[in-house]
Each structure stands twice: as structure tokens, then as C-alpha cells.
Write a protein that binds this ligand. Sequence first.
Ligand SMILES: Nc1ncnc2c1ncn2[C@@H]1O[C@H](COP(=O)(O)OP(=O)(O)O)[C@@H](O)[C@H]1O
Ligand SMILES: Cc1ncsc1CCOP(=O)(O)O
Ligand SMILES: [Mg+2]
Length: 274
Amino acid sequence: MEDGEQREWGAKAWTYLSSVRSLSPLIQCITNFVSMDLTANTLLSAGASPAMLHSPNESPDFTPQVNALYINVGTLSDNWLPAMELAAQLASKLNKPWVLDPVAAGASRFRLKACLDLISLKPTVIRGNASEIIALAKASFASTKGVDSSHDSTDAVEAAKSLANSSGAVVAVLGAVDFVTDGNRIVGARNGVPMMQKITATGCAFTALIAAFVAIDPSHAMETTASALAVFGVAGELGMETARGPASLRTYLIDSLHGLDQTAVISGVKITAI
Ligand SMILES: Nc1ncnc2c1ncn2[C@@H]1O[C@H](COP(=O)(O)OP(=O)(O)O)[C@@H](O)[C@H]1O
Ligand SMILES: Cc1ncsc1CCOP(=O)(O)O
Ligand SMILES: [Mg+2]
């Protein structure tokens, strides 16, 4: 990997983060109960404006106002699914970017079908762990350990490419190595620390941050997605310098994301074309 190429990615990530801070995109989040607090705080620390509005009675008025929509099926229930589908339909119709986190997609037939139905509504980005992406690509359940992955991210490279090609979405997979693909190109993001897995809903917060970055430049979903992953990863690395465990990392992660400066981003971002 050329140093110059890495710095170019760093500069790109800094430009996107600066735009999130200056434009403060409004992000509609229809997300799980576990993740709501961390997701809203992550978006605020990045400079975006989160709104957890999920009623189907509100989406016809509200979704047209937002810069991006984030849907996360983590605590899916019968009555939330139509709300998710309605908001996704509105976003697609209005050409607004929307991002899906298919939490535990392979855990049940109900969840798998819900995720596949949502994917037919054309998300801009799908971000999952390896087991979720494999379940979606194969349209088969029972390949996951609940919300956690039972695969390494590298096991999901072909599944991610196949899902990107069949759905038209950019697909991002988190793991020891995070990567993003549009079905053709693949870029890896090597930031972050393993302790981030020990804070519930970090993956959900990553996906929300992708929505904020994609809102800035929807026609470059690969670049914005990779930048969001790397930027949050750098915040995790800096937070880990002070943290004593998952609980304090959660706090320092949010502080670090808020305080990231140009030097930290440009020198810290590790994105590579694979
Ligand atoms: N095996 C691993 N080693 C190191 N970091 C990991 C590993 N798996 C996930 N991560 C990191 O943990 C975070 C994702 O958290 P996690 O709770 O596993 O989310 P999700 O299951 O939704 O993908 C990311 O920072 C990711 O890079
Ligand atoms: C524990 C749990 N149960 C349903 S959603 C959720 C949070 C999952 O968060 P993440 O996917 O970021 O690990
Ligand atoms: Mg997850």
C-alpha cells in the first residue's frame, strides 16, 4: 500500500467528516431499543442530527425532510416492520439514501424474510457482520449466533460481492478486517479495536454513521462508507488509549469522535484497496 494512497483516503475521510460537521445532515433512525442511545450520541458527536421517528403515521411527513434514513431490524416486531417498509419506500421514491443494518438476519425465517423484503426496496448501503451478510446472500437462516457473528469477515467476501450485485447496494462487513464492496471493487478499513465488540450496539452505531456520511455524498457510497468505518475506528483507537474496559470505552469513543482533528484523521485512517 502506497503511503500517498493512504493519505488520499485520509484526506477524503477528513473532508467527509468536516462536511458532516458543517452540514449536520438530518438522519431518520428506525432502530432497535438497545442501540437508540448510542446511535443518537454517535451521530451527534459526529455533527449529524439524529431523529428516532418510526411511526408510519409520521413518515409520510417526516421522511421527505431527512437527508438519509437508517433502518436497523435489531429488535424487530410485527408492528415495526410495516413502518420500516413504508419509510424505505418513501426514501427510495424520493431518491434519498437509506442504509440497512440487518441485525441477526439469519436468526429466524421471519427476520430473514423481513430483511430480504427491505433489500428489495433498494437500500444504498447494507452493513452487517459476516454471518448476516452470508445469510442474506444465500437467503438461508441458521448461519448466525444471534446478533453476533459466527464467521470471520474474510469468510464473507464472496457473499458480500454477490449481495452487492444482486441488490445494487454497497455492502460493508465488520470484523477483524472491515471491508466495503460494490460487487466489483473492494476496499478494506483496518481501524478500530477489538474491545468495540464488547459494547452493545457499536455495530449499529457504525451503520448509523455510514448513513450520515452517505447523506453528504450519496453518489459515492463506497467512499463515504469506507470513510465512516475508518473514522469511527480511529475514534475507537484514540478512546482505547484512556479506556479501562468497555464501559469507559463507550464514553471515550464518543468523546474521541467529537474531538477528532485533521491530523488524527489523515494520519490515522487505514483504508486500502484490496
Ligand atoms: N474479530 C474481531 N477482531 C477485532 N475487531 C472486531 C472483530 N469483529 C468485530 N470487530 C470490531 O467490532 C466492531 C463491531 O462490533 P460488533 O458488535 O461485532 O458489530 P456487528 O456484530 O454489528 O458487526 C467494529 O469496530 C469491528 O471492526
Ligand atoms: C443485543 C441486541 N439484541 C437485539 S439488537 C442488539 C444490539 C446489537 O448490536 P450490534 O449489532 O451493534 O452488536
Ligand atoms: Mg450488528
